[in-house]
Design a protein around this ligand. Sequence first.
Ligand code: HEM
Length: 491
Amino acid sequence: MVTAPVNDLREHDGAYRFPPGFERNLIWFAWRRFRPANPIFLFQHLAREYGDIAHYKIGWNHIVFLNHPDYIREILVVQNDNVVKERTVRRTKMLLGEGMITAEGAQHRMQRQVAQPAFHRQRIPEYARTMVEEAVRMRDSWRDGEQRDIAIDMMRLTLNVVARTLFATDLQDEVNELADAINRIMGLYNFLVLLPAAEWLVHVRPPGLAAFVRARKRIDAVVYRMIEAHRNRRSDSGSLLDLMLAASPQRTAESEQSLRDQVITIFLAGYETVANALSWTWYLLSQNPECERRFHEEIDLELQGRNPAYEDVPRLRYVEMVLAESMRLYPPAWAMGRQARNDFQLGDYFLPAKTTVLISQFITHRDERFFPEPLRFDPERFTSEAKARRAKFTYFPFGAGFRQCIGESFAWMEGVLLLATLGQKWKLSLVEGHPVEPEPLITLRPKYGMKMRIAERERGGRGCPPDSRRGAGATISDATVAADTSPQRAE
Ligand code: HEM
């Protein structure tokens, strides 16, 4: 990719130069065909027809879709000063307010600085014990032979983990209330993104939005209760909530609102993503018996029947490779968007300010140039050697650049420990006939949940038939066919 200095081009031809793409405006051409409710169809089409970079317009807005590691690096790292989060992310302000995900500039820097110590590598080991305790609690509550919606179980588990580790709060019965309210909002998400002037309509409350307002109120109530309880305890456990309270000592309406926004952002970012990664992982293991056998074998060998601990994480290499491969095929954060502040150069193209730039982990992670036989579930893609051979910015489940996920190390450790603790005792199989389809909302969720049968394992992992290695998309509609930012552990 050759990049000419911006000024050269501007002086030279004075006009913008757009990548290939739809000639006609998407608003009246392909809108119906690609079903806006599932933008993955549109992204797949763009990548197939136009390759590394594609352009289209919706109304007056220019949009480019990127599917090449050089372009992805250029936007997320090299030109990050020239971009802000794009409109659909900004829409999430209706729920998240001005938290770390939606804030920009000085406000974002300040919030990241306040939270950083809670995510420091030295803090992460402290969280391991709580993570395992929560997983053991769930492991012991499951019964042999029962059917469960694993997507719901994983949500409850990760909600409790975030509440206890980062907010020093035991949610107890409130976990169900919170999970229900968030589910309701997620269900409304696409509607909210597409609805013109939703931020304003929320005050008028047409039928769909009334449900949103009610759910948001329930979430706020739990969050405010948690903040208040923490204040009253005057704890100084060094938890993230303590750090946030210390950085916001005044109690004006504005600072209370800001505190609420910061708390709710970490809550949502920290549990939904991990829960989805785990649900997809259980599903993929159940479809790939040889991988499942190796997964159980490693757990048995490394743990010898005791509960996992922080020190075991580096030894549970295969469990981590399984998780990495699962997030390749079903990246919980399945797309990211930015909007340019000023005119900018991207490869041979010159694009106007306000252009929206879209990048999709779901599409790039399934590109056969970077991952041969992309639909095959194969954790061996994440051995150290395989990772070293691969181009950077082809695998980026946690984003990249200065807005890269703050919780990445936390998430890797949590994922490995929860999988190992539950996998130690149980084998999960998809309930026959249960439909599996990814739904691209704020995160990539299993649309119909994940109904699985729980069976107690014979230790030693006997009983799994040899490999049948079914593709990840085998039971799923075409919708599913669907960098190095270095996931410090995955790449
Ligand atoms: C598998 C788990 C996770 C995945 C796949 C994931 C993915 C991501 C991605 C892709 C971004 C960047 C979004 C962008 O640049 O537009 C991000 C940002 C963020 N994540 Fe995560 N995340 C995960 C877990 C967590 C956890 C456990 C936490 C906290 C406990 C967390 C907190 C955040 C926050 C606060 C941001 C905003 C960072 C900023 O803008 O400076 N995430 N995450």
